[in-house]
Design a protein around this ligand. Structure first.
Ligand SMILES: NC(=O)c1ccc[n+]([C@@H]2O[C@H](COP(=O)([O-])OP(=O)(O)OC[C@H]3O[C@@H](n4cnc5c(N)ncnc54)[C@H](O)[C@@H]3O)[C@@H](O)[C@H]2O)c1
Length: 276
């Protein structure tokens, strides 16, 4: 099995729709031992999902805005395991006024909150887990490709671009310890976090048309989960600082396909003849 004997810490499981839930499910099926994290009032939702994944599966407390939780996390991991082989960072949040086309009016406090939770937390999590990753391993973060600006993503987009840079700097610093750090850039998927992004529906609708392999925001969770498990396994041993797309190929195509009737339409009067 792909992850036989691996010990993995998986953050970000909230509901069965969470991307991390599918990853946890596949990791268990592929032979991994896992621990989850949850936080605050939402921890009970994580505990409910944990029961569904595997009876007795433990959920450790981790609010990434609380530095003491990271210290406690290292201690809790040490109590349970002699080493850690992989970590999934699946955490993001931006206040409402940092999203949805409000870019020019977003106050610093909201941008700061989004950055701390969605970006800086990857560095904090890596530092907390590093002492246990004595045999190297893999850290994977979930990303939405932000090499370009999107209509609605605003300061979350800035945070994701910074997350991509954080991946490269962590790859630089953790590579000598044999730890790989990569981002998985997923296409849009229906989850609690996605519902909080105004205009998400519009983004989701065009995706399946442009992506050469197709894409469904309702049904493509499994594609992300399988790729994440491959990234957590030993089968990408020399890949680090990378962004791996799981988006049906959307990122590779400049525009949606031209419908056949438009392609066959005669040139408009006044338009230039095609170059020989
Ligand atoms: N859904 C999509 O379309 C999509 C696409 C690409 C990337 N992603 C990324 O996937 C990741 C998971 O999101 P999801 O879509 O599965 O949604 P989700 O709502 O299920 O997961 C978001 C997680 O962030 C956690 N979180 C928020 N604030 C936290 C804090 N202070 N401390 C600890 N945890 C905190 C929540 O508890 C939750 O588990 C995010 O990084 C998201 O940006 C999602």
């Amino acid at each position: 099995m792909l992850l036989q004997g691996k010990k993995l810490l998986i953050t970000g499981v909230l509901t069965p729709q969470s991307l991390a839930y599918g990853i946890a499910e596949h990791a268990l099926a592929q032979g991994a031992e896992i621990l989850l994290t949850g936080f605050g009032r939402a921890k009970s939702l994580t505990e409910r999902s944990a029961k569904r994944l595997k009876p007795g599966l433990e959920v450790l407390e981790l609010d990434v805005t609380n530095p003491e939780h990271f210290t406690a996390l290292t201690a809790s991991l040490r109590q349970r395991w002699d080493r850690l082989d992989g970590v999934l960072h699946s955490i993001a949040y931006a206040p409402e006024d940092a999203l949805g086309g409000n870019f020019l009016n977003t106050p610093w406090e909201s941008a700061q909150t989004a950055f701390r939770i969605s970006t800086f937390s990857l560095k904090e999590l890596a530092v907390a887990c590093m002492p246990l990753m004595t045999q190297g391993g893999s850290i994977v973060t979930l990303d939405f490709d932000n090499r370009v600006a999107w209509p609605i993503y605003d300061w979350m987009g800035v945070c994701k671009a910074a997350l991509e840079a954080t991946v490269r700097y962590l790859a630089r610093d953790l590579g000598p310890k044999g730890i790989r750090v990569n981002a998985l850039a997923a296409g849009p998927l229906a989850t609690i976090a996605a519902k909080g992004i105004p205009g998400f529906k519009a983004l989701e609708q065009g995706w399946g048309t442009q992506a050469p392999l197709g894409w469904s925001a309702k049904d493509s969770h499994d594609l992300v989960a399988r790729t994440a498990c491959a990234m957590l396994s030993d089968w990408l041993p020399s890949t680090t600082g990378e962004m791996i797309h799981v988006d049906g190929g959307y990122h590779a195509i400049g525009a949606p396909p031209v419908p056949p009737e438009a392609a066959a339409a005669p040139a408009q009067p006044g338009s230039k003849p095609a170059a020989e």
